[in-house]
Design a protein around this ligand. Structure first.
Ligand code: HSE
Length: 431
């Protein structure tokens, strides 16, 4: 179907909405040669018309009434950038049901209700695209669905939260403690006024659910993802990890194993020579492993006005091309398998731990006897110089062990009188 002007409506004119408005404007001259049609933002839904007026060339396109958009037959594409579950879900479903294509950056919604939204898109032969929902400007959803479709993906993992990566970078490079690094992130605008979703790993967990679903062709929802944040990490953990050849990063990990999918977000030690260990500041990176491509890494800006707008506009352009070629709904839901998601206790990892123990003969033997009982093998061990009150600090990295068995061993160890404190327990990425 030949259509020269594609009309889009923006829902929300915050940071990303403003970025999308700017990028579409900057692309005006390129659209006809690039796409064969022109994209026009013909309506913008905002809460405060007066405040929004300063951000657009023609305030007449602003509305605070959703019905103006959903009932307008001229609007082909709805770009949802308001975030959260409601009213975003109602708006998206009613737009899809009205035969409009939808682009969304809403990871909270897609990680929980992705299937319902994709089913609605399929029922109406329209596109529902969400490249910006994972890692902002980094292309990863379409690469997984299209360029890498010839693979059985074994793993997709990475650093998908810029705020926490900034905090951990400052703790690593400047020896800062968590609360000081968080205060700096807030001062510089990297952390939001309420940083909970970032520092507790929830934002990354939503992205892992979406990445795992797309990579393994099997639905993984937010509740399936095991999540730990970075609030308990100390400068000392980072220093000792370095001594053992590792950095600490908040990793989102999804693996497709013979026993099922593993999906988790937690601070992990990663060997300092792994490419992800060099991803610093607020940058994101996603690392994939497939049976044909082997390893590939995607690196860039995971948030921000123009980087996120870059992903949104890429989706809008894809829809414009699909409209022109009359092939909308070409790539919808790709979850055609039903693979179970494993419990965290059934995953296998290596573990790093710091313990304060009594400094006397036989304590290490007692520790390793408990480890041996549960199949925990020590791979690296450092004993720090004896501290006050006849205690010593022992830092251990284990070999691969089932998480449930490791936890039982740690419980038993924490009940021993020779173990004064277990200061930290972190997972270690890699074999
Ligand atoms: N708050 C996120 C981050 C960006 O810090 O990476 C949006 O998901």
């Amino acid at each position: 179907m030949e259509k020269k002007v594609i009309r889009a409506a923006l829902l929300g004119l915050g940071t990303v909405g403003t970025g999308v408005y700017k990028v579409i404007k900057n692309q005006k001259e390129e659209m006809i040669p690039k796409l064969g049609s022109e994209i026009e933002i013909s309506k913008i839904l905002v809460r405060n018309l007066e405040k929004a007026a300063a951000k657009v060339d023609d305030p007449k396109i602003l509305t605070n009434n959703w019905d103006d958009i959903v009932n307008d037959p001229e609007i082909d594409v709805v770009i949802e950038l308001i975030g959260g579950i409601e009213p975003a879900k109602t708006y998206i479903l009613s737009a899809l049901n009205a035969g409009k294509h939808v682009v969304s950056a809403n990871k909270d919604l897609i990680a929980v209700h992705g299937k319902e939204l994709l089913d609605a898109a399929e029922a109406h032969h329209v596109d529902f695209l969400f490249e910006a929902a994972v890692a902002g400007g980094i292309p990863i959803i379409r690469p997984l669905k299209e360029c890498l479709a010839g693979n059985h993906m074994a793993e997709v993992m990475g650093i998908v939260n810029g705020t926490t990566n900034f905090i951990l970078t400052k703790m690593t490079q400047e020896g800062m403690e968590f609360k000081d690094a968080l205060a700096l992130a807030t001062e510089l605008g990297y952390a939001e006024a309420d940083p909970t979703a970032d520092i507790e790993g929830l934002d990354a967990g939503r992205k892992v659910a979406i990445l795992a679903s797309v990579a393994f062709n099997s639905r993984v929802v937010f509740d399936d993802v095991y999540i730990e944040g970075i609030t308990k990490i100390t400068a000392k953990d980072i220093k000792y990890a370095k001594e053992m050849g590792c950095d600490i990063k908040l990793l989102g990990v999804a693996k497709n194993t013979e026993e099922g999918i593993e999906a988790y977000v937690c601070p992990m030690l990663i060997p300092s020579n792994h490419p992800l260990a060099t991803v610093n500041d607020s940058y994101n990176a996603v690392f994939v492993n497939g049976d044909a491509v082997e390893n590939a890494m995607f690196y860039g800006r995971g948030a921000g006005e123009l980087p996120t707008a870059s992903a949104v506009v890429g989706d809008v352009f894809e829809i414009a091309r699909n409209i022109k070629a009359d092939c909308c709904g070409r790539i919808g839901c790709t979850c055609y398998k039903e693979i179970p998601v494993k419990k965290m206790a059934d995953t296998h990892n290596r573990y790093f731990m710091r313990l304060i123990v009594e400094d006397r003969c036989g304590v290490l033997a007692e520790m390793t006897a408990v480890f041996a009982k549960y199949g925990v093998s020590v791979a690296q061990i450092i004993q720090k110089a004896a501290r006050a009150e006849e205690s010593a600090e022992v830092v251990v990295i284990t070999a691969q062990v089932r998480e449930g068995d490791f936890r039982t061993a740690m419980e038993e160890l924490s009940g021993r009188s020779s173990v004064r404190k277990i200061s930290s327990m972190l997972r270690v990425y890699g074999e």
